[in-house]
Ligand binder design. Structure first.
Ligand SMILES: *Cc1c(COP(=O)(O)O)cnc(C)c1O
Length: 381
């Protein structure tokens, strides 16, 4: 089955008791048993809920995986993966990681004796010398936030082969429409469902997708033991969002291309970061592992000033100044003072996060209106 058909149908069966075409919101904490431990597969709703199960089946299908587990947030899903590890284990991950993942690795899990190496993963040569018998996990993110670097998933699958190292991908920026890491040999896919999959800026949720049954059992055990599970109402909203994921992504990609090209030609704009440009340093890898290039774009002003960037962000009318991404509405964000403010200024600038860097999450509006909005705002700068 192709992606759009799966988005509409996968995981969802008419309700067995009524025939309702949409999976009902099973708002219940417990399930009546016929006889002790004799039940219909549902005992207590931390362990399982029919609305959540339908969503998990849909997500597994979209990532070409066998099993999916949903969590109450993307961070809850990431937390479960790190809990597979033991003190003394080492993780190799990216130096331009999602800020929340960096915070969790450094400030929650380091004190439990897990060691994290933060390196530039666009160069696989940086990694080989760090691998030792304690290395248990590669945690990759691609494209990265906000500089849109691309990491070669297959190269890390090759590097991990035969070494008992799990390869996990934070696939949030790409969405399952653009990139399917399990097909490339990865072990775990993580999504902040909050972003493109939910797609309507109204649900916080996370998910893991895997193919290996033993790995699924271990993660399910952590989910049920630690309890970061989502509710049935949120599961319903995400099931509804998924039905248009392919349509939304096509429009995000089209709008992304139009706006990236518009910005590149603008005299007041400096650098434009978007993996679809042939001169993007990892364009070839992006082309190999992604179906299209998405709707996330970052850019700087030629005259790199915080004041001018602020003026631009105050002047837009259709774009909303807000954190997050992946919804139907276009958002504008200032990493230096918003999402990445916790990184010390010197480190920030060294990695390209300059004062005038602006990140756009392009929505599904008409691109002519979005470019006109940017045009009027750039005029005021
Ligand atoms: C938002 C985000 C997360 C965290 O997900 P939440 O649902 O906010 O907990 C992780 N990784 C990336 C790339 C994200 O954008």
């Amino acid at each position: 089955m192709k992606f759009g058909t799966k988005a509409v149908h996968a995981g969802v069966e008419p309700d067995p008791t009524t025939g309702a075409i949409m999976t009902p919101i099973y708002q219940t904490t417990t399930y009546v048993q016929e006889s002790p431990a004799m039940h219909k597969g549902y005992a207590y709703a931390r362990g399982a809920n029919p609305t959540r199960n339908a969503l998990q089946n849909s997500l597994a299908a979209l990532e070409n995986g066998k099993f999916a587990i949903c969590f109450s947030s993307g961070m809850g899903a990431t937390d479960a993966v790190i809990k597979l590890l033991s003190p003394g284990d080492e993780v190799i991950t990216s130096h331009d990681l999602y800020g929340g993942s960096y915070r969790m690795f450094r400030h929650v899990f380091e004190k439990y004796g897990i060691k994290f190496h933060f390196v530039d993963l666009t160069n696989t040569g940086n990694v080989a010398s760090l691998i030792n018998n304690n290395t248990k996990l590669f945690w990759l993110e691609t494209p990265t936030n906000p500089l849109m670097n691309i990491v070669d998933i297959q190269a890390y699958v090759e590097l991990a082969r035969g070494k008992n190292i799990l390869v996990a991908i934070d696939n949030t920026f790409a969405s399952p429409f653009l990139q399917n890491p399990l097909d490339l040999g990865a072990d775990i896919v993580m999504h902040s469902v909050t972003k493109y999959i939910g797609g309507h800026s109204d649900v916080i949720m996370g998910a893991l997708v895997v193919n290996n049954e033993k790995l699924h059992q271990k993660l399910h055990f952590i989910m049920n033991s630690c309890g970061a599970v989502p509710g049935p109402q949120d599961s319903f909203l995400v099931l509804r969002g998924i039905k248009t994921l392919h349509l939304r992504m096509e429009r995000h990609c089209l709008n992304g291309r139009k706006i990236a090209e518009y910005l590149k030609g603008h005299p007041k704009v400096g650098k434009v970061y978007w993996p679809g440009f042939p001169d993007h340093p990892n364009h070839a890898v992006a082309k190999k592992q992604m179906k299209d290039f998405g709707g996330m774009i970052s850019f700087t002003l030629r005259d790199n000033s915080m004041k001018k960037a602020t003026k631009l962000m105050e002047s837009v009318k259709i774009f909303s100044l807000a954190e997050s991404l992946g919804g139907v509405e276009s958002l504008i964000n200032h990493p230096a003072s918003m999402t990445h403010a916790s990184i010390p200024k010197e480190e920030r600038i060294k990695s390209g996060l300059v004062d005038s860097l602006i990140r756009l999450s392009i929505g599904v509006e008409d691109f002519e209106d979005l470019t006109a909005d940017l045009e009027q705002a750039l005029k005021k700068v």
